[in-house]
Design a binder for this molecule. Sequence first.
Ligand code: F3S
Length: 397
Amino acid sequence: MQLTADQQAMLEGQNGRSKQKAMQILSTLGKIYGAEVMLPVTSVQVSGVSYANLGEAGLDWLSEMAVDGSRVKVLTTLNPAGMDIENWQVLGIDPQFARDQNRVLDAFARMGINLTCTCTPYLIGNLPNLGDHVAWAESSAVCYANSVLGARTNREGGPSALAAALTGFTPAYGLHLDENRRPTITVGVEVQPTGTWQYGVLGKAIGDRLQGQQSVPFITGIGHASLEELKSFCASIATYGGTGLFHMRGITPEVDNYTAPEEVIQITQADMQQAASKLQKALLDEVDFVSLGCPHLTLAEVARVAELLAGKKVKKEFWITTSRPVKRLADYAGYTTVIESAGAKFAVDTCCVVAPIEGRFKAMLTDSAKACYYAQARNRFAMHILPFDDVVLEACR
Ligand code: F3S
């Protein structure tokens, strides 16, 4: 792998021990994947932020990376943490966990990372342009960046994303290269989904069919989708199919560069029903936890929650998960007062998957197919998916 003089200097430790370790990670990855050069990145999204995921070993590693005062070279945002940084007590977070989570955030802050703690960096100013090379780690955001924004990123792990942030580079392989962005299979969608939940179900239906194939699907049959629908779809197809990039007419900026591959699979109404039924395992009477915001809610979604909750009271634990900047706008617009008066709770900077709530609830209701997957796999909750509005109304039942 060819390194520039600056990159070689980093590798030799001339810019400090942290940047040396970072360049070692990147050059090792580059060798493994056959990269010929490093590419400059315009932004980074780091995952592995929740102390529940990192533990003491992960925190030790982060602290070592922060020890020599090295700072990130490009705009770097963080994935959700394990708690609401300002309001963790309301969510029933253990004080010791809060102390440990704050030690993690301190380490990131020492490296100059913006403590945004959201899986929707593209909603809060980390918004790459068409063709920009970035190094993002959150799978839903990776899929969104590649497929909707036309930026280029592999799905980084936490360490490789941090290494890219500290050096400003990522090895040129995978989805950074034209040849790996070509569609490999056509997916004909015979239904027109509506709403975040149906786009999540569609992501599962396609993802289940593609699983393990490392495909780049060329999706036909979808004419238009909203930001919120695409956010949900990206999270779901990345979760169930491992998809980092799809092409969709009218959505993907690069789609006109390609023709639909000959190999075709169809997604029918029956496929959608089957996928939905797998996400509706819990009985609604069992539901004791309601969560919206996987991925984090947009301001329009928060506004809709406020509209639906006005004058009502929720009867179950109800978390609204979003980013801090969106919450600030919700405060300003008056949505927060309406939502909290109804008894629902904002869970800002975190989410129902990375917060330490394993086993705390019996059954979760959501509009998110990705949240359903992790509710079961990680937190041992039964789950049920419904349309966004119905989730809010059911929380009041
Ligand atoms: Fe975001 Fe948590 Fe879902 S990180 S995509 S809200 S699992």
